[in-house]
Design a protein around this ligand. Structure first.
Ligand SMILES: Nc1ncnc2c1ncn2[C@@H]1O[C@H](COP(=O)(O)OP(=O)(O)OP(=O)(O)O)[C@@H](O)[C@H]1O
Ligand SMILES: [Mg+2]
Length: 627
């Protein structure tokens, strides 16, 4: 708030004319030569657009100042020409500078969005990429001495002795067509001396940054950690992710990553975004219109709270969310699907969602072709081949076949001998495999609960949210087995030509996975390779099959690259680790901000949605989060 006030104070000062006028007339004087040459050279090539005012004599227009609705209130300064004023096809050669009036110098910040009007009503949308003081007059010893004396006597230095220049990176030319604001590539250079003002119109900012007006709400546009204030109502710029079927595939099915360090606000943000997807409808591959299901793997027992209202969300906040078209409130159709492990129980105290226990039948290893599920980390390719052979032999004789039966099957000395004698599996290999299979957690398969394969219509419900909590499970290996088994069933049925569950196959699915680095690691093991292959394939086909991965992680550098490459939308919250920042692969201008993000702040890189931007997430969770 205080900062706002000081911003406004700055604007007022300027509109009072204290120094502002001196500045702009200075600029006009010192630049008149340059200006004339621009006009003479006829460099204004904007004739390409239909709505230019016409007439070649733009010089007069320029003299009158901008034709737009500019008010002096947000004028920051004017386009400065002495240091060079050019736009070029090669962005590196582009140079646009603005001279900032003394009254605005304190408040102007890197990254802010600016508008520079062209005389014909078009506007340049730009961003501040550098700020610098430059000598107004040629320095000599005398001026340096004067300045020093002033500073020493406590008078401070006089802003008017210096230029204060902002480097602008042009983003787009804004123009209106049939009453609608549009953007195009920057193809014209602003006039020397043209007014530069802060962008305060939500429509202009959204158009300038190419932010869709409709779609899934992610947060409010911000710069340097401060929410961008507009003169419009609401006074913020909502950032939305295109979710329409018309403009290509909805971005959710081109996958999302939420990355951020511990406590950066990942889960808060992820819940807020996932809540927006609940109940959305998408056109499927076969032309149906279907409601999406949301399934979330939940390592900290936090997502089943999607079922409950957030008591901290008050009526005023609710009204604001309503006005902005942001979904909020607990979702009744939320089910916690509880992995049953022998000897452990699920406390389930943090939420009021219905709890449905399930078990993984050992037969999924065969039905969904996932021998790796019992291979663990350290089988080599030879041993993995042997495991496959043993499983095939086992499932030929046992239907459905339990884990305990498989262990007894392996205990048969006659089998071991036979395979060795026939040269199929060496005894040492047989023993190694048996040891591995025995070493997985005992109480995972075939427990006293309904089978996940029979619960497919509970697991995936159009319009419903299913949460699979794993916090209560005994070991990380048990957690991994449950998550990978259920995730693989979902992915497999979603992509298969002959799915075991038509419900899974037919329902658009948003698949959330918190702490994804634990499951989609780039580790060099048979299991990791198979899992990564499966998910890479899932990610590739997800667009078509309506399967969207929503990965959440504090260690993005540990997520396997092939999966990562398929992710289109990246939400990056605070990350301190350099490797982690490098791994999320976002433009340098965004990456440099990441270590300074405060809780709930993020940068969004979704190249098919908008220009890269910085956002502030909603300060409240739209459903319950925490105690
Ligand atoms: N945008 C926000 N505004 C205000 N508070 C927030 C915001 N985002 C998160 N918080 C708060 O910060 C705390 C940490 O958030 P959260 O649990 O989402 O972090 P996390 O990154 O998931 O942490 P962990 O690494 O422990 O999983 C919570 O108390 C949460 O309510
Ligand atoms: Mg979390």
């Amino acid at each position: 708030m205080t900062d706002d006030d000081s911003d406004l104070a700055g604007f007022e000062q300027f509109s009072d004319g204290t120094g502002g006028e001196t500045e702009s007339s200075d600029a006009a004087d010192s630049q008149s030569d340059d200006t004339a040459s621009v006009a003479d050279g006829g460099t204004d090539t904007a004739g390409a657009t239909d709505d230019t005012l016409g007439g070649n004599d733009r010089f007069d227009d320029y003299g009158d100042g901008p034709t737009q609705t500019t008010t002096s209130a947000d004028e920051l300064g004017s386009v400065f020409v002495s240091g060079g004023l050019r736009i070029a096809e090669d962005g590196d050669e582009t140079q646009i500078q603005a001279s900032i009036t003394p009254g605005n110098r304190e408040s102007v910040r890197l990254g802010r969005y600016l508008i520079v009007p062209f005389p014909d009503g078009e506007e340049l949308f730009a961003r501040i990429t550098a700020l610098e003081y430059a000598q107004e007059f040629q320095t000599d010893d005398a001026t340096v001495l004067t300045t020093r004396r002033r500073l020493e006597s406590g008078d401070g230095f006089d802003e008017r002795d210096y230029k204060f220049l902002a480097e602008l990176e042009p983003g787009a030319v804004l123009f209106s067509e049939s009453g609608e604001l549009r953007r195009r590539m920057v193809d014209r250079v602003p006039k020397p001396g043209a007014t530069v003002r802060e962008a305060t119109d939500a429509d202009q900012i959204k158009t300038g940054l190419d932010i869709p007006t409709e779609g899934v709400f992610l947060g409010h546009l911000s710069v340097g950690g401060e929410t961008v204030k507009t003169a419009t109502e609401p006074p913020t710029v909502d950032y939305r992710l295109d979710d329409a079927d018309e403009a290509g595939d909805p971005l959710v099915f081109r996958h999302t990553l939420v990355a951020g360090g511990t406590g950066s606000g990942k889960t808060h943000a992820a819940k807020n975004v996932l809540r927006q997807y609940v109940g959305r409808r998408y056109e499927t591959d076969d032309g149906r219109d279907a409601q999406t299901a949301v399934v979330v793997f939940d390592p900290q027992d936090e997502y089943a709270q999607l079922h409950d209202d957030n008591p901290a969300l008050d009526a005023a906040q609710a009204r604001r969310l309503d006005r902005e078209g942001v979904a909020y409130g607990g979702h009744d159709d939320t089910v916690a699907l509880i992995p049953q492990e022998q000897g452990v129980s699920y406390p389930g105290e943090g939420h009021r969602a219905e709890q449905v226990p399930f078990t993984i039948p050992f037969s999924v290893v065969d039905d969904y072709d996932m021998p790796w599920l019992i291979a663990g980390a350290s089988l080599n390719d030879n041993q993995y081949g042997a495991l496959n052979l043993l499983l095939n032999r086992f499932f030929r004789n046992y239907n459905p076949g339990t884990y305990d039966q498989f262990l007894s099957f392996l205990d048969d000395p006659a089998l071991r001998e036979e395979l060795d004698e026939r040269g199929r599996v060496h005894e040492a290999t047989f023993d190694a495999v048996t040891r591995r299979v025995r070493s997985i957690p005992r109480g995972v398969f075939d427990q006293d609960a309904r089978s996940i394969t029979e619960l497919d219509t509970t697991l995936v419900r159009p319009g419903g949210v299913t949460v699979v909590p794993t916090y209560h499970l005994s070991t990380s290996r048990a957690k991994e087995m449950f998550v990978l088994a259920v995730a693989t069933i979902l992915v497999d049925d979603k992509l298969s030509n002959a799915p075991n569950s038509s419900r899974i196959a037919e329902t658009p699915l948003v698949l959330g996975m918190d702490e994804a680095h634990n499951f989609l690691t780039d580790a060099d093991t048979v299991q990791a390779r198979k899992v990564v292959d499966t998910f890479t394939e899932a990610a590739k086909q997800g667009r078509k099959e309506r399967l969207g991965l929503f990965l959440i992680t504090q260690d993005p550098q540990d997520v396997a690259d092939p999966v990562f490459k398929q992710v289109n939308t990246r939400l990056v919250l605070n990350l301190g680790d350099e490797d982690a920042i490098d791994s999320v692969n976002i433009p340098p201008a965004l990456a440099s901000k990441v270590p300074y993000m405060e809780t709930g702040q993020m940068v969004v890189y979704s190249p098919d949605n908008s220009e890269p931007v910085e956002l502030t997430g909603l300060p409240v969770c739209v459903t319950r989060h925490g105690e």
